[in-house]
Design a protein around this ligand. Structure first.
Ligand code: ADP
Ligand code: MG
Length: 378
């Protein structure tokens, strides 16, 4: 059993992006010391932490150095090397273990795991070459989406095939050259939703209210909570969250993404074994945030019942949105403005977000929709 890590102790975080930064804010507020390991000097998380080890995530010597200097080790992203984690476990407590990492690092094992627990995933086949691609398209029926098995995020490593007669085979070959791929049936989405769940080493859980998500170009654009879905779908989603958290022996925070089809079927899309972009609104909208819950979980503290204090909308600030949003900030007392402090502003890179608490979510969504900062062409 993991021991309880009390304030005053040191938390090591592998990865220094916005998720590590928001974890660190919560840890610091409670009185922990935080050390970040990230290759980029003065990364988002290091700006708000006690110290940083500048090193690649795969640098086992430096991971061991971090482990020796901290009382508990956590990570902010899923592409951590499970073998390296096992190595550093000799030096410090790593309560999250590697099970959730191993299952979710690979789209095949992830979908197999979801199905083995009795939950639906979208129809899919694994393909290794063009011949299998053709067979897959025939079996599933267009439109389909081809996805890399590993390492995809924000829609990267994906090809949408709407018309199989009119595809760029070079793109498909290019993806296949990186290894086996997953071909998925493209679902007519009524809605996308997600649920965040956190746990400590004793298995006590905090489950957050379901969040509704709108993507643009496969990148999360807008999240709102509570989600407008049927009671039946909500019950199913909470059941999935509890079951998968138990089966993954969850410690810390994870998020499960769902598709709800136009025929009201609920499919599990993917599992992120870490805090999630859609859960950022929990910072202002709930009694504890997904980051508080993560810190509590990995430190084996008590896990509170989550309450939604007020409905909320969160809109992402990508590279192209940041400057226009800053210009308007002084006109928006309702904005909870978050800038992650990244130095390189790139198009479509997540730079920050804004959360708005509101008793009239429809009006708030409309205001975001009508604001030129998030014009579709941007
Ligand atoms: P990532 O790892 O990049 O988040 P996802 O598989 O979650 O990859 O895909 C990103 C987005 O693309 C989804 O949130 C959804 O909007 C859209 N998408 C992905 N797969 C499907 C599908 N099978 N049917 C319909 N939309 C999909
Ligand atoms: Mg996703």
């Amino acid at each position: 059993m993991d021991k309880t890590i009390l304030p005053g102790s040191t938390i090591g975080i592998i990865g220094g992006g916005q998720l590590g930064q928001m974890m660190s804010f919560c840890a610091k507020e409670m009185g922990y010391k935080v050390i970040i390991l990230d290759p980029q000097e003065n990364c988002s998380a290091a700006q708000v932490s006690d110290d940083q080890i500048v090193a690649q995530y795969s640098d086992v010597d430096q991971l061991v150095e971090l482990a020796k200097r901290c009382d508990v080790l956590t990570y902010e992203f899923e592409n951590v090397d499970a073998a390296a984690i096992n190595e550093v476990k000799k030096y410090t407590q790593v309560p999250q273990g590697t099970k959730a990492l191993k299952v979710t690092q690979n789209r095949i094992s992830e979908k197999d795991f979801i199905e083995a627990n009795g939950f639906s995933t979208v129809p899919h086949v694994v393909i290794e070459n063009i011949f299998e691609y053709h067979r897959g398209v025939e079996k599933l029926g267009a439109p389909v989406i081809l996805k890399t098995i590993r390492g995809g995020y924000d829609g990267k490593g994906q090809i949408l095939v709407t018309d199989p007669e009119n595809v760029c085979y070079a793109d498909i070959e290019h993806l296949l050259m990186q290894g086996p791929c997953m071909l998925e049936k493209k679902i007519n989405l009524e809605k996308e939703v997600s649920v965040v769940v956190s746990a400590n080493s004793k298995g006590d859980k905090s489950i957050f209210p379901i969040i509704e998500n709108v993507h643009r170009h496969n990148i999360l654009h807008l999240s709102t909570c509570p989600a407008q879905i049927s009671e039946k779908s909500a019950q199913h989603i909470y059941n999935v969250a509890e079951t998968l958290a138990e089966k993954l022996e969850l410690v810390g925070t994870m998020c499960i993404e769902f598709f709800i089809s136009d025929e009201d079927e609920v499919f599990v899309n993917e599992i992120a074994p870490r805090p999630h972009n859609s859960g950022h609104l929990t910072i202002e909208a709930c009694n504890i945030s997904q980051f508080d819950a993560h810190i509590r979980g990995v430190c084996n503290l008590a896990m509170p019942q989550v309450e939604l204090l007020k409905p909320a909308a969160m809109v992402n600030l990508l590279g192209q949105h940041l400057e226009p949003a800053k210009k308007e900030l002084s006109q928006h007392p309702e904005w909870h403005f978050h800038d992650y402090g990244k130095d390189a502003i790139k198009e479509n890179r997540k730079m920050g977000h804004i959360t708005i608490l509101s008793d009239d979510l429809e009006k708030t969504k409309q205001a975001i929709e009508n604001n030129s900062i998030w014009d579709v062409q941007k």
